[in-house]
Design a protein around this ligand. Structure first.
Ligand code: 5GP
Length: 185
């Protein structure tokens, strides 16, 4: 028998199971494949580090030629938005004239993506689209930023797992769960 995951004890409730995540990613892969059927020059841009697992699974469900690139931005201090976005690692690819698909773990206020998109636009890509695993629409501050491909809507609670962390922990949980409040308050 498999031993219980070490992080299970820190989770108040599981809101999206591993099975639900994988099923939805297959659907998203199909949607994205159809949406880009004219394109053969797609740059999948993973926003580190939370979107790594989503990028890895989603890319294998997209039946198109894609290249991978990575960008690291800092947006959060603790569990609430600081409103500050800093580019820690820029992408490597020249995106001029190419289709950029941003891969994000969760859209919360939208401030991080707004900043990233404004920067990418200056480099004149052919298009920019966003695929996010999770969306917290209640918290949106940047109203003009919305996902083209969205896995799940989640309530305004701090969630971890499947790439999402709290102080770098919980990323390797295979599901999305709500972290027990006493662990971060
Ligand atoms: P935004 O700029 O949209 O407010 O924040 C986006 C980033 O904040 C995400 O990429 C993620 O790193 C972090 N974030 C927002 N909500 C949550 C959450 O519920 N859990 C975790 N672990 N990170 C979150």
């Amino acid at each position: 028998m498999q031993k219980e995951h070490v992080y299970n004890k820190d989770i108040l409730e599981v809101i999206i199971t591993e099975k639900q995540i994988q099923k939805r990613i297959k659907e998203l892969g199909r949607e994205i494949t159809e949406a880009y059927d004219e394109s053969d020059d797609i740059v999948m841009l993973c926003v580190l580090r939370g979107a790594v697992l989503f990028m890895s699974d989603l890319s294998r469900q997209i039946n198109l030629p894609v290249v991978f690139d990575f960008m690291d931005v800092s947006s959060y201090e603790g569990t609430s938005s600081s409103g500050m976005v800093r580019i820690i690692k820029d992408l490597e690819e020249n995106i001029e004239g190419r289709d950029v698909l941003i891969i994000e773990d969760i859209m919360d206020t939208g401030l991080t993506l707004k900043h990233v998109i404004d920067l990418l636009k200056t480099r004149e890509p052919a298009s920019i689209k966003i695929a996010t695993l999770l969306d917290k629409p209640e918290r949106r501050v940047e109203k003009e930023v919305s996902a083209d491909f969205n896995g799940f809507e989640v309530p305004d609670k701090f969630v971890v797992g499947y790439g999402l962390d709290y102080q770098e922990k919980y990323r390797n949980l295979p599901y999305i769960g709500v972290l027990k409040e006493e662990l971060y308050i």
